[in-house]
Design a protein around this ligand. Structure first.
Ligand SMILES: *[C@@H]1O[C@H](CO)[C@@H](O)[C@H](O)[C@H]1NC(C)=O
Ligand SMILES: *[C@@H]1O[C@H](CO)[C@@H](O)[C@H](O)[C@H]1NC(C)=O
Ligand SMILES: *[C@@H]1O[C@H](CO)[C@@H](O)[C@H](O)[C@H]1NC(C)=O
Ligand SMILES: *[C@@H]1O[C@H](CO)[C@@H](O)[C@H](O)[C@H]1NC(C)=O
Ligand SMILES: *[C@@H]1O[C@H](CO)[C@@H](O)[C@H](O)[C@H]1NC(C)=O
Ligand SMILES: *[C@@H]1O[C@H](CO)[C@@H](O)[C@H](O)[C@H]1NC(C)=O
Length: 595
């Protein structure tokens, strides 16, 4: 049944609880956000009205500027507040909405029969999440939800516009999922199927203790290779009672414990009986059936936990985008996984101090309002003392080696102009973005995601390094293809090819910035261990420290480039570059800088 929208607007207007005190013009529903029919998506049928949808409502915050200032002071090694991280209660003082916003939004929701007890609020009350029927969501938002299918086959339930009464426009910043056509695809791991072998067919790698890199590392990257290459041989963690490293799992990626044991038997026999904690976020499951093991989740857990062993590990399973069937109408079909995970984690009192995420998408597919609010949540993690790492993407400056004829490097507005495609959340200035290298000596991996954000201006902490790079570019290089004033990514990099992992009982070789990120995170967890063992606070947000003091603690990568969008991409150069960032870590030198 196709409903005309007009009567619904009227209904919403009449039922608004503030009707008595507001002038009629304030009650009219007015478009809050709308998008043109998104490129690459086909509209299928109307969403089933009984289906559930989990909405996230962001209220305007009173003083994010104050929180950002705190973040930069707390993360600046020369500031007297360095390391003085804040509690969630202290953060709430900055990001809390005005009390009038809270009561107006509550009044609006309850006027539509929504029970206050069904509202889940962030600690600062600046986010509300609630699950309701599509039918009710359409009524209160003056929206029409449809199922949409992407050319890749992915399916989402979204609306191209939503409306709010005029009097709420200054109180509600955004509501999602509505207009957001983001696929949240995992950074695709790069596989080398020819190197797949059944478990047991190759001899276990003997751990090395000498501070040189074994020649076998040119063909196969193991835990031992990483420790040798990045100068971390012999470091023994001590703060296991305090320190935790966390890996996020989305899109039904399961981290398998049996595979982890097999991996440890191969590469780290002392850890063979050691496992990790699985945490379910809003109903996510970490399915331990061997056939359900995910390559991404296994790679992330095996390398992050293996490098930081015996630091305790946590793996979060957040549901979202399950295999979709035409006749299924569950709440999960409409999930927005990052927000669910952030919602969940920011409510806890103890958050793992190092968190690695190997998922992301083209920045331009994420609406600016949403990207900027989610980015602010990563700032909260930094203020809490958490080091947040994201993969910079596997497409070089854009679509990697895809055929330029497919025209992926185009703006998704009506103009469809050619443009590089930086990845989000890596482009958020409050996270550490990790790019990829390969071979020994190291050169840039050609797929290493890098470039400049079109959403976020360049943060002061990287001004000097990024300006030095831009100064070396020939005048006019890639004019119009990137934003010279944007945040540059990546910040750092690590090996990203030929990682030996165990997946579904088999040894496989795998790569991508998906491999570089948990690797770098594993080393950060060891640095946090050293700080905690010395009675110091954790490193928290890393970038201000790394750009100010860290440059000499990285192996500068000066060869290679990240082609894409029909161009040769940017070059790795001396100093920071938008291919490998500051370079790859030298753990012993970082210990001097960080601990
Ligand atoms: C925001 O926070 C900063 C830093 O604490 C403070 O100086 C400023 O007065 C606050 N502004 C408002 C409007 O509360
Ligand atoms: C609110 O609670 C009442 C009583 O439990 C219930 O009948 C009603 O369906 C609830 N409203 C919504 C929107 O869930
Ligand atoms: C209602 O609308 C009038 C005129 O547009 C405006 O001056 C007033 O501030 C509005 N009130 C609220 C509560 O939004
Ligand atoms: C692992 O557990 C098994 C069975 O309890 C035990 O025999 C073995 O020694 C343990 N290995 C390590 C390295 O702790
Ligand atoms: C776990 O994965 C297996 C293999 O894919 C599947 O058969 C099983 O139904 C899954 N279990 C759950 C609870 O989803
Ligand atoms: C990369 O290096 C090559 C060879 O030196 C040079 O021709 C090219 O202009 C450089 N590209 C950029 C974007 O700097």
């Amino acid at each position: 049944m196709k409903l005309s929208l007009l009567p619904l607007y009227l209904f919403a207007t009449i039922s608004a609880v503030f009707a008595a005190v507001l002038a009629p013009q304030n009650l009219t529903l007015q478009v809050k956000e709308s998008v043109a029919s998104p490129h690459g998506w086909t509209r299928l049928g109307r969403a089933h009205s009984d289906g559930g949808i989990r909405l996230h409502i962001a209220l305007f915050q009173q003083n994010f500027t104050g929180l950002e200032q705190s973040l930069y002071e707390i993360s600046d090694p020369d500031h007297h507040r360095y390391g003085a991280h804040l509690s969630k209660e202290e953060i709430a003082k900055f990001v809390a909405p005005h009390p009038a916003s809270v009561s107006l939004v509550d009044g609006w929701l309850t006027s539509h029969g929504i029970n206050e007890s069904d509202l889940i609020r962030s600690p600062a009350k600046d986010w509300i999440s609630l699950t309701l029927s599509i039918h009710l969501a359409e009524r209160i938002l003056g929206a029409e939800y449809y199922t949409w299918q992407h050319i890749s086959g992915d399916v989402l339930i979204r609306t191209t516009a939503y409306r709010l009464p005029v009097y709420l426009h200054n109180h509600i910043e955004l509501i999602q999922p509505t207009t957001m056509f983001t696929r949240s695809k995992g950074m695709a791991p790069i596989l080398y199927p020819e190197e797949r072998e059944p478990l047991g067919s190759i001899a276990p790698v003997t751990p090395f203790t000498k501070p040189h890199v074994d020649p076998s590392c040119a063909a196969r990257i193991t835990l031992s290779c990483i420790r040798q290459l990045y100068n971390a041989v012999g470091y023994t963690p001590r703060a296991m009672k305090k320190n935790v490293i966390g890996i996020t799992g989305f899109l039904g990626q399961n981290a398998n414990k049996q595979d982890l044991s097999a991996f440890y038997r191969d590469q780290l026999p002392a850890a063979v009986n050691y496992s990790f904690k699985s945490i379910s976020v809003y109903g996510g499951i970490n399915n331990q059936s061997l056939a359900a093991a995910g390559e991404e989740a296994n790679l992330d857990t095996q390398f992050a936990f293996g490098i930081s062993y015996p630091t305790p590990g946590t793996f979060w399973s957040t549901p979202g985008l399950p295999p979709w069937l035409q006749d299924e109408h569950t709440a999960a079909d409409t999930n927005e996984p990052y927000l669910d995970w952030l919602d969940f984690i920011l409510q806890s009192d103890h958050i793992p101090q190092t968190i690695s995420t190997s998922y992301g998408d083209d920045e331009q597919t994420v609406p600016f309002t949403y990207a900027s609010r989610v980015c602010k949540l990563f700032a909260e993690l930094g203020v809490r003392g958490v080091s947040v790492l994201f993969a910079s993407g596997d497409g070089g400056v854009g679509d990697g080696n895809a055929d330029p004829a497919t025209q992926q490097c185009r703006t998704n507005d009506k103009k469809r102009t050619r443009r590089f495609l930086p990845a989000f959340p890596a482009s958020c200035p409050y996270v550490t973005a990790v790019g990829g290298t390969m071979s020994i000596p190291e050169v840039a991996a050609s797929f290493s995601g890098g470039g400049f954000s079109d959403y976020f201006p360049r943060p002061a902490y990287q001004d000097k390094s990024v300006n030095a790079y831009l100064g070396k570019l020939h005048h006019g290089t890639y004019d119009g293809l990137f934003n010279r004033l944007g945040r540059g990514i990546p910040d750092v990099s690590a090996q990203a090819r030929k990682f030996q992992i165990v997946w579904q009982g088999q040894r496989i070789s795998i790569g991508g910035t998906s491999a570089a990120t948990p690797t770098f995170a594993g080393l950060v967890a060891l640095l946090n261990d050293a700080r905690l063992a010395a009675g110091r606070p954790t490193l928290g947000f890393l970038n201000p420290l790394l750009y100010k003091r860290g440059e000499s603690a990285f192996n500068d990568v000066v060869d290679g480039a990240n082609p894409g969008c029909g161009t040769p991409g940017f070059n790795a150069t001396k100093g920071w570059d938008p291919v490998t960032g500051l370079g790859t870590p030298d753990f012993k030198k970082l210990m001097k800088v960080c601990v």
